[in-house]
Design a protein around this ligand. Structure first.
Ligand code: PHE
Length: 560
């Protein structure tokens, strides 16, 4: 039984691309990307985001898919298979961690000290397999809060369908949203429904579950998105929204912006925790990995871009403020839709869109955890999804009831405060911050592993299967129009896609991620001039939401 399931693969290449794009396209695209773009200089930020996606996202995506297909395993199994018996780089990390731990203990920070030393020792023992373990744990952590937010979308789909989203002003919408998400009963019920949907799909396996659902939901997502765009753009006054969203304002491009773009690219492309390793493990050898990675990245960027086009024209046409930060989706848009003809129907479609996007991402997060128990622990898929879906639901309940504060889970707060010297954010935000760190660290370690430990040469051998052009077409020759000239395709010319990718994986990606990572953990505050979008100044008097805070973080603060 498990044997067969382990070997299961995607039915078709398109199925893989749609499922992987489904994982990538989620709340990150439809919710975070539009408002962050609006706040960071519109078209100029889009350009920078595209560069980050192409220069960091695409190479790391290819690393993950190649690792997955080569090993045919979940992230833990993949790293375990390729783990060298001894590795200087791993020992260096282990020693560094242990040293940090000792230092922390010396400074009487018992929780951090203990944690670092434990990680240091584990690195010595398990080396790179630990990166896979971290991916599975990240899947667990991310899904537990992602599912809470996705649960809100279920609630809002229901509310829209029953005409409960009729808000005259954003303030009324805000109040209603705050009451909804801080009501433990509703929050937990919606979270449960979302987890149940994920479990039902993942339980049915790769072809019968994930692939089948993705093939229906992804076209549906595009159709809803297009309908919303046409509706928004045909409203009188919509062009002001397009201008706000896309007019490039290079004055707003600061170092901070670039780092925001890197972080967004990682989250949005589902990179850094092995989701793409897991999905890659079900890919056939004939499939062209390079083209697939390009298609997944392309679709992800396209949806992010289109989501902005669906939202801003409508917001402007109806005279609302665009600078709501993350509140845009749940607070401003219901009020915007209410003022449109057939508003309830458009609100219903929008929240359905969010739900569809979140569902295909939630599925991939649960699949990472499931694949580990199926591959490594020989559990049946059904048992693994039910047990871990249940565990994630339980952890998510803590998030759901602690969106605003720790009141419902005081003992957890006290335990954390004793160990780590105080907690400043809600449990929800703490989990989200932890996920941010894990993704950045995971992405860095995956690039380092492929670039320096597994080796670019072996990775390229894997990618070459099914995409022979990857290593053998000489880019200079193609660009110069000398593609078919034999002398220009000799070994003398070594500028191929593969060599370009190798340089990125070994040097450019790790360095860029380290910079973004240091920024995430607050050790490097690359500050530019205080940015306030010019467009916002023209149209709004209210302050711009803190752009560095992530979507969910803002959401929970606003609701407090
Ligand atoms: N990419 C998803 C989004 O944009 C989130 C996600 C992150 C999914 C990591 C899987 C893994 O919403």
């Amino acid at each position: 039984m498990e044997q067969r399931e382990k070997r299961e693969g995607w039915h078709s290449g398109l199925g893989f691309i749609l499922a992987a794009a489904g994982s990538a396209i989620g709340l990150g695209n439809i919710w975070r990307f539009p408002y962050i773009t609006g706040q960071h200089g519109g078209g100029a930020f889009v350009l920078i985001y595209l560069l980050c996606v192409a220069l960091i996202g695409l190479p790391v995506m290819l690393c993950e898919i190649a690792l997955g297909r080569h090993t045919g395993r979940n992230p833990v199994g993949a790293f375990r298979r390729l783990n060298p018996d001894s590795c200087r780089l791993a020992h260096l990390f282990g020693a560094g961690m242990t040293l940090c731990g000792l230092l922390a203990l010396f400074m009487r920070s018992w929780g951090w000290g203990g944690l670092f030393i434990l990680i240091g020792v584990l690195i010595f023992k398990y080396r790179w397999t630990l990166v896979g373990v971290m991916g599975v744990v990240a899947g667990f952590v991310i899904l537990s809060f992602y599912s809470v937010v996705a649960g809100w979308t279920i609630g809002y789909v229901f509310k829209a369908a029953t005409g409960q989203l009729a808000f005259e002003t954003v303030d009324v919408a805000k109040e209603s949203f705050g009451a909804f998400i801080t009501h433990p009963g509703w929050a937990i019920l919606c979270h449960f429904l979302f987890m149940a949907l994920c479990v039902a799909v993942v339980c049915r396996g790769i072809q019968g579950g994930i692939e089948k659902v993705s093939k229906v939901l992804m076209p549906l997502l595009f159709m809803i998105l297009l309908a919303l765009i046409v509706r928004g753009l045909t409203l009188p006054g919509a062009m002001a929204g397009v201008r706000y969203y896309l007019s490039p304002n290079f004055k707003l491009i600061t170092p901070q912006c670039i780092l925001v773009a890197v972080g967004l690219a990682f989250f949005s492309l589902s990179l850094g925790m092995g989701a793409m390793i897991t999905y890659g493990s079900y890919v056939a050898k004939e499939q062209n990995l390079f083209k697939s990675a390009m298609a997944i990245v392309g679709l992800d960027v396209l949806v992010a871009f289109l989501a902005g086009l669906a939202i801003f024209p409508a917001v402007f046409a109806l005279g609302f403020q665009p600078d709501q930060g993350s509140g845009l989706a749940f607070q401003a848009l219901p009020a915007v839709f209410h003022h449109m003809p057939l508003g309830a129907a458009w609100a219903f479609l929008f929240f359905l869109l969010l739900l569809v996007a979140a569902l295909t991402s939630g599925i991939s997060l649960l699949e990472v955890v499931t694949a580990y128990w199926v591959d490594e622990r020989r559990w049946s898929r059904r048992k693994a999804t039910l047990v871990f879906g249940g565990c994630i639901f339980a952890l998510g309940c803590l998030c759901a009831v602690s969106v605003a504060n720790w009141n419902h889970i005081k003992p957890v707060e006290q335990a954390l405060a004793t160990l780590f010297g105080g907690v400043k954010d809600s449990f929800f935000v703490t989990m989200e911050t932890m996920a941010d760190w894990m993704l950045a660290l995971g992405g860095l370690l995956i690039a380092l592993f492929v670039g320096w430990v597994w080796g670019v040469r072996r990775a390229v051998d894997e990618i070459r299967q099914g995409s022979d052009n990857f290593a053998d077409v000489h880019l200079w020759s193609v660009m110069a129009g000398l593609k078919d000239d034999p002398s220009h395709n000799s070994d003398m010319h070594v500028f191929t896609l593969a060599s370009l990718w190798g340089v990125f994986v070994r040097f450019i990606c790790p360095v860029a991620i380290v910079i973004a990572f240091l920024n995430t953990i607050g050790w490097l505050e690359l500050k530019g001039p205080e940015a306030k979008p010019a467009a916002v100044e023209q149209v709004a008097d209210e302050p711009v939401a803190d752009e560095s805070a992530s979507a969910i973080r803002n959401e929970s603060h606003e609701s407090m």
